[in-house]
Design a protein around this ligand. Structure first.
Ligand code: NDP
Ligand code: DGY
Length: 327
């Protein structure tokens, strides 16, 4: 019956599979911002009003204002992401709202993209492609377009979680000699496969040939890759970030790259997103920037949308979610 339908607001066009799961459950009255463009703030506030469930994206800041706009009926927030730094978790918890997210299903795709970005950056692929197109390729030359290889290297992973481990697993066969990692505490069970050594951040910076950032963004990790950190890195080292842009102080990264304090950086995430076309980082040849495409395979995004839909439905039914964030 109509009055039993739960009001659901979906903040973006999402893969059809997820929407189909929501529709077929026949317990939702679905409203959607049916566009590939981010929802304007005013529309988000309007759409959330009176909703029982919100299916949102990492680009939607769900803060006190949105929660107030939604009102007391809001029982579940399901984000189409594993990252949850866009959600005001304390406020959400205080209001008794449950949160679903999408861990695991995007781990392989994100790890794969991280490896692709690392190789593109360390072997200077975008620069080389550009040289072919602009006539810079004159002949084979012994010292032209050289980069840094993985063989016998030391890899430092900041945040040896699901994605960090999956990246390490993929890099090991390239002949990596040693893995280091940093995090709040040693995680022997995560480190065993790579025989990775838990080290303080400074030591990771000093000894790594490749630094990969795959931690979550939280108050402790915000800005940890800063001037001090880059000053400890080797001048031949390559820095890769596929976690969140705010883990990095971008001014400091720019200086480190421009002054050749470090060799190169590959970023899938920035602040802000999208990065303005006139941003200083875009002027650097030794900086490869991607538009936050870590999980962007068709299959992964479909699976994420189905998981986000099932999380939402379970929350609305008061059942255990397939992937619930423990608040
Ligand atoms: P996990 O929760 O499995 O891993 C997060 C890691 O962050 C843990 O290893 C944790 O280590 C570490 N961490 C937390 N706090 C700190 C700290 N203070 N210092 C160092 N490490 C810390 O999450 P996932 O691996 O599934 O995802 C990681 C992140 O990747 C997401 O939060 C998201 O932001 C990002 N992501 C980006 C994508 C993209 O498209 N580029 C796609 C998917 C995810 P410990 O607990 O030991 O401190
Ligand atoms: C996430 O899930 O947190 C990514 O940033 C996008 O998939």
């Amino acid at each position: 019956m109509q009055q039993q339908l739960r009001k659901v607001f979906v903040t973006r066009r999402i893969p059809q599979e997820g929407l189909r799961v929501l529709s077929q459950a026949a317990i939702c009255d679905i409203k959607q911002w049916n566009s590939d463009e981010p929802i304007p703030r005013a529309e988000l506030l309007k759409g959330a009003a009176g909703a029982h469930g919100l299916l949102c994206l990492l680009s939607d800041k769900v803060d006190k204002e949105v929660l107030d706009a939604a009102g007391p009926d809001l029982k579940v927030i399901s984000t189409l992401s594993v990252g949850f730094d866009h959600l005001a978790l304390e406020d959400i918890k205080r209001r008794g709202i449950r949160v679903g997210y999408t861990p695991d299903v995007l781990t392989d795709a994100t790890a794969e993209l991280s490896v692709a970005l690392l190789l593109a950056t360390s072997r200077r692929l975008p620069e080389a492609v550009q040289e072919v197109k602009n006539g810079g390729w004159r002949s084979w030359a012994p010292e032209w377009m050289c980069g840094h290889g993985l063989s016998e290297s030391t890899i430092g992973i900041i945040g040896l979680g699901r994605i960090g481990q999956a990246i390490g697993r993929r890099l090991k066969p390239f002949g990596v000699r040693r893995f280091l990692y940093s995090g709040r505490q040693p995680r022997p069970e995560c480190a065993a496969e790579l025989q990775a050594e838990h080290v303080p951040l400074d030591k990771l910076a000093e000894e790594s040939d490749f630094v990969i950032v795959s931690c979550s963004l939280n108050p402790e990790t915000e800005g940890i890759c800063n001037k001090h950190f880059f000053s400890k890195m080797k001048t031949t080292a390559v820095f890769v970030n596929t976690s969140r842009g705010a883990v990095v102080n971008q001014e400091d990264l720019y200086q480190a790259l421009a002054s050749s304090q470090i060799a190169a950086a590959g970023l899938d995430v920035t602040v802000p997103e999208p990065l303005p076309m006139d941003h200083a980082l875009l002027t650097l040849k030794n900086c490869v920037i991607l538009p936050h495409i870590g999980s962007a395979t068709y299959a992964t995004r479909n699976t994420m949308s189905v998981l986000a839909a099932n999380n939402l439905l379970a929350g609305l039914r008061g059942e255990p979610m397939p992937s619930e964030l423990q608040l």
